[in-house]
Design a binder for this molecule. Structure first.
Ligand code: UD1
Length: 417
């Protein structure tokens, strides 16, 4: 098991360069198999989620070559095979192979995806979308077979603006006959990044980034060169860390508009930040004002930043609340924060914070990716040393987190026990 040992109390200054977006990269890699020739994607983060997707590609006979931050994907000799549980359970995004293989071969068999246990996370909207396009879905225990004689474009309304369902339906519909319209589509920047990639391959998708996406099916898709957008959640996490213990900490290579819901909250509580064209510089302030946040789909406050932001709420004066509206089980950092000295109570989907509280180093567990990131943030301001176990969750989503934090002055060590 991997652990992190962090000694808090250091002021962090210097520059943290943000990597390519995990949630884009994990969709772009499966999407690349739709191309009939070689594709190059650059700015791919080196995280275990992207490694695990490459294992799936290799198992399907797809050639992959990593060269620094790029990946070259050549699916010329690939075969459509069952994606077994040992591969699918390693990450949530393995489900993008459903849409991609269905789009390419009109058939896919794979086991239910894994990922963080932050709620029930059903895939009914993905499957309903595939069915609307003309596919049948057969479920045997944990294994899904989705197949169609013909995929025919049609109007699809999503009951919820799901990121995964929107991307998966785009992947399945891109080579379907005629026009597919996704209404109440998710609007996250990652959707736009994936649609741009598919269009670079020859697809005809318009409206990505709005709630109506139109996809006119094409017969062939070709290889292309594409770049992953900067990771807005990684950027947000380090910006929050800057508000906790930064001294002119520069968060570089970002698209500030993508985290406006966060920066406006930071300004509201009294954080000192300068927003540039592709960076934010932030320092710790004293006497943060209390605030409330409610998570929602983009451009609202992202559920993925709720857990890191919770550390900042332990430092605000008075009573703060977080209402989590996307996932049912996303306060798993709270018991550990309470052990560290925070005053937080959770009722249903709302956490109430009374602050400010001093945090003390303890032994804590990273139960999921963003809970893990929040514990790193807490440890950086805690008195003494914190040991975080189950760090594998954090490494799934944050490239070189130890190196990035060490470079700006944090006392952080990674160990294997
Ligand atoms: C993606 C992100 C995740 C982020 C989330 C919300 C990836 C790999 N992960 O997850 O980091 O926290 O968006 O921004 O990009 N739902 C259904 N049925 C479905 C699909 C979703 O009920 O078929 C529900 C989910 O249980 C959840 C909500 O819709 O309550 C949002 O899920 P969704 O947007 O699909 O999130 P993911 O794609 O899993």
């Amino acid at each position: 098991m991997k652990i992190l040992e962090i000694t808090g109390g250091q002021k962090l200054s210097g520059t943290i360069r943000i990597s390519g977006a995990k949630n884009s990269a994990v969709a772009l890699i499966p999407a690349a198999i739709l191309a009939e020739t070689e594709t190059t994607i650059c700015n791919i983060p080196e995280i275990t989620d992207t490694d695990n997707l490459c294992d799936i590609l290799n198992n399907l006979g797809v050639k992959t070559k990593r060269a620094s931050e790029s990946i070259i994907i050549d699916s010329t000799n690939m075969q459509n095979q069952v994606i077994n549980e040992e591969f699918s359970k390693k990450l949530r995004a393995s489900y993008y192979f459903m849409g991609a293989l269905l789009g390419k071969y009109k058939k896919v068999t794979m086991h239910f995806p894994g990922g963080c246990s932050i709620g029930a996370r059903p895939i009914d909207l993905h499957l309903k979308g595939f069915e609307a396009l003309g596919a049948t879905v057969k479920k045997e225990e944990n294994k899904y077979t989705v197949e169609a004689d013909r995929l025919i474009g049609c109007p699809i309304y999503l009951d919820f603006a799901s990121v995964g369902a929107t991307i998966n339906i785009m992947l399945a519909a891109v080579k379907a006959e005629g026009r597919t319209t996704i209404d109440n589509a998710a609007k996250e920047p990652e959707i736009v990044n994936v649609a741009t990639f598919l269009n670079n391959m020859g697809a005809r998708i318009t409206g990505a980034g709005t709630s109506t996406i139109r996809i006119d099916g094409v017969k062939h898709l070709h290889g292309c060169f594409h770049e992953v957008i900067p990771d807005r959640i990684e950027a947000g996490t380090y910006t929050i860390i800057g508000a906790l213990c930064g001294e002119n900490l520069k968060i570089d290579n970002i698209i500030p508009e993508h985290i406006e819901s966060l920066t406006s909250k930071l300004q509201e509580i009294g954080a000192k930040l300068e927003i540039g064209s592709d960076y934010i510089t932030i320092s710790r302030s004293e006497n943060y004002k209390a605030t409330n946040i409610k998570t929602s789909t983009y451009p609202g406050f992202p559920t993925d930043l709720q857990q890191p932001f919770s550390i900042l709420l332990t430092q605000c004066n008075g009573k703060c609340k977080i209402e989590e509206t996307i996932f049912e089980n996303r306060f798993m950092q709270v018991p550990y924060l309470c052990q560290m000295g925070a005053d937080i109570s959770v009722k249903n989907q709302t956490a109430t914070f009374i602050g400010p509280t001093k945090l003390k180093g303890k032994e804590v567990v990273a139960t999921d990716l963003r809970a893990g990131a929040s514990l790193v943030a807490a440890s950086l301001i805690a008195e003494g040393t914190t040991k975080i176990t189950n760090v594998e969750h954090i490494l799934r989503g944050y490239e070189n987190i130890v190196e990035k934090l060490t470079q700006v002055g944090a006392k952080i060590k990674r160990e294997e026990i």
